[in-house]
Write a protein that binds this ligand. Structure first.
Ligand code: B12
Ligand code: SF4
Length: 588
């Protein structure tokens, strides 16, 4: 592997989680990952495809997943064995801050001469601080679209040239001064890049490394995939670090970049040819306007596919929009995040709709044959109190009563955790929104991840709920919702009982940690924490499927999930990437 140009590494949230796991709690119960957040940014796929298109050799290694799967996996051995032109690490989600910096430090210690590049939304927000504080990071590439700047950077590292000509780059110059190049590479559309699973399959074979490319722990059993409509967002939810305001402020994105709806449909066909599993469309197809959604639906209708397709909506779609979906797609599913049942809380969060349009949407979707509807509620919102959290579960009961005959309406409730998003409105002006931010700097967040439980990792509390209340309302409401799901037959009794047992165990453990944390003597505190956190299987016991069973998230998948003949053909063929020649990004 002597001639690799770039190895992209995805870190775990906390590097030493195998030696000393904290009680991370239900922070990942409603996403496919474990609390180690082993899912790498989907952008790794577009970066890899783009760089290879221009002649570079790229490998992705999901370190978090390898560490989760194999207790003996040795990062240092892997790093020592490889000498690429550069290493790239994502600091996309702030939750990875400790893991990302730990990886960077190890690489620098073992290969002081190989540049370490960081990228992703959190690295973008904190670029200057990262380069100022952590000498083992050499470059940060900012922005939501780094394909082209990364190509330029690798070319300059390889062949020489001037770093100052590379857009979006923050680096240290020869005098150890931090230089911040303008963030002016902000493509207007996503037509020159592609998330191409065929490319990934080829790399898996090239490097004989199925786990290095695996997106999350159970992926081979449940090979769900995603296609992207956009980068950026039109909406402005107050705690979201990916809102229109946040992207404008730190990624210099004035409006979202969309993918041509025909390319989007082709992305889905390409997946459907190879996998008989659900496909999630990230980003509301009606966000760019009805015409975008309808063009996509016209296109997708041309080739009937049986995969379950999940649509996420930022606002409830109209009946006629749902009707068009139903006419175009055999198995469609819906995801929407009302966040709270309380319209005032929802409005304060930034969602611009009331319960009436939400319920009308459910009614229409049921009527038009949606195979499943997922509702996501959240804890830690502006104006939300402990009792309001519990009232959300009562609202779920009223919905389940009303749609009793349907059996496919799934409510989920999870905490805004572990961190309030950097760059969100609330993060940047917490007091204005009734929040108290407990950690602001990179280092404070990095240190927080050493804490023994998610209560102490949380970087905020609100005027309406302290950290204690956020944590314990999560468990109490989780228990209540779990019982409700069993009552309405959404989960079987055995699953419900095991979730309840896990909740009770987790609460017991959290209380024990609280008791230890209150001890005045630091040494005694450390010894006691060390002792209880050492428990084998602590990650599984206290932090996975705590407030709901992860399997509840799964949309139906065919028994045979992969079309192996097609996959082999693809591995042998040379195919053109699914990109448009008339893109705004052009050639480098
Ligand atoms: C889709 C999405 C998801 C998908 C993930 C899909 C995936 N694998 O990427 C799902 C639903 C699984 C998800 C989960 C989570 N998400 Co999310 N997610 C989003 C969303 C809606 C879109 C992301 C997006 O547009 N990406 C596109 C672009 C920006 O990223 P990208 O293509 O992957 O990567 C490009 C750049 O980021 C950069 N880059 C990334 N890595 C690297 C590395 C290097 C070396 C370089 C040079 C560049 C680089 O270059 C790439 C290519 O140009 C955003 C909101 C938003 N509007 O942005 C939230 C968002 C990113 N998620 C967020 C959060 C908090 C989470 C969770 C932690 C929530 C939770 N507690 O469960 C988890 C983490 C899961 C995990 N890692 O295991 C926050 C992040 C805030 C922050 N700064 O920390 C956001 C901003 C908003 C939100 N609250 O939802 N998420
Ligand atoms: S939470 Fe709101 S602002 Fe953030 S990506 Fe979703 S719709 Fe956009």
């Amino acid at each position: 592997m002597a001639n690799l140009d770039l190895i992209l590494l995805h870190p775990p949230t906390f590097y030493d989680f195998r030696k000393r796991p904290g009680i991370y709690g239900p922070i990942s119960d409603v996403v496919p990952s474990t609390p180690i957040f082993e899912m790498y940014p989907i952008g790794f796929a577009s970066l890899s495809e783009y760089l290879e298109r221009y002649g570079l050799k790229v490998r992705i290694v999901n370190i978090a997943l390898k560490m989760l799967k194999d207790d003996r996996f040795d990062l240092e051995r892997l790093v020592l064995k490889n000498r690429p032109v550069a290493f790239g690490i994502d600091l996309h989600w702030m939750a990875h801050v400790q893991g990302a910096l730990a990886l960077a430090e190890i690489i620098k210690r073992l290969h002081p001469e190989i540049p370490v590049i960081l990228g992703g939304l959190s690295a973008t927000y904190y670029h200057e601080e990262i380069l100022r504080q952590y000498p083992f990071v050499d470059f940060v590439i900012r922005g939501d679209s780094t394909e082209k700047p990364l190509l330029q950077l690798l070319q300059v590292i390889k062949k020489g040239g001037d770093f100052k000509d590379i857009p979006n780059l923050t680096y240290r110059d020869g005098k150890n001064k931090i230089q911040i190049n303008p963030l002016n590479y902000v493509p207007e559309n996503l037509n020159d890049i592609t998330i191409d699973y065929r490319h990934i399959m080829k790399k898996v074979v090239r490097y004989a490394d199925p786990t290095g490319y695996q997106p999350f722990i159970d992926w081979y059993a449940y090979p769900v995939t995603a296609v992207f409509t956009c980068r950026g967002c039109l909406y402005h939810c107050k705690t979201c670090g990916g809102s229109s305001m946040a992207f404008r402020a730190f990624a210099n994105r004035q409006r979202p970049a969309y993918r041509d709806p025909k390319l989007l449909a082709q992305d889905i066909f390409n997946i459907s040819d190879h996998l008989h599993a659900p496909i999630m469309i990230i980003g509301d197809i009606f966000q760019p306007g009805e015409e975008y959604g309808f063009t996509f639906l016209r296109e997708i209708k041309r080739r009937p596919i049986t995969n379950h397709i999940a649509f996420e909506f930022f606002v409830p779609p109209s009946r006629s929009q749902l009707q068009r979906i139903a006419e175009s797609i055999l198995n469609f599913n819906i995801e929407i995040s009302p966040e709270s049942h309380d319209e005032e809380v929802r409005r304060a969060f930034g969602r611009p709709y009331g319960n009436q349009p939400l319920e009308r949407m459910i009614e229409d979707a049921v009527d038009l044959g949606s195979k499943r509807i997922d509702l996501f509620f959240m804890i830690g919102l502006p104006k939300q109190t402990y009792s309001s959290v519990l009232d959300t579960v009562d609202y779920c009961r009223s919905l389940l009563e009303r749609f009793k005959f349907y059996h496919k309406l799934f409510p989920f409730l999870s905490p805004l955790a572990p961190f309030l998003d950097p760059g969100s409105d609330v993060f940047d002006a917490p007091e204005k929104y009734g929040y108290r931010l407990l950690y602001r700097t990179v280092e404070e967040h990095r240190q927080a991840l050493f804490a023994p439980s998610w209560k102490y990792i949380l970087n905020y509390e609100t005027k309406w709920m302290k950290r204690d209340e956020i944590v314990y309302s999560t468990y109490e409401a989780g228990k209540k919702l779990n019982r409700l799901k069993a009552e309405f037959g959404l989960i079987d009794r055995k699953t419900a009982e095991s979730v309840e047992v896990r909740i009770e165990r987790a609460v017991g453990m959290m209380k024990e940690i609280d008791r230890i944390m209150a001890l005045p003597d630091e040494k005694e505190r450390e010894t006691k924490l060390e002792f209880i956190l050492k428990e084998p299987l602590s990650l599984q016991t206290y932090s996975i499927s705590t407030v709901c069973e992860k399997r509840e998230l799964e949309w139906p998948t065919r028994f045979i999930r992969m079309n192996l003949i097609k996959i082999i053909k693809t591995l042998l063929a040379r195919r053109k990437p699914n990109v448009s020649v008339t893109s705004s990004t052009g050639s480098p």
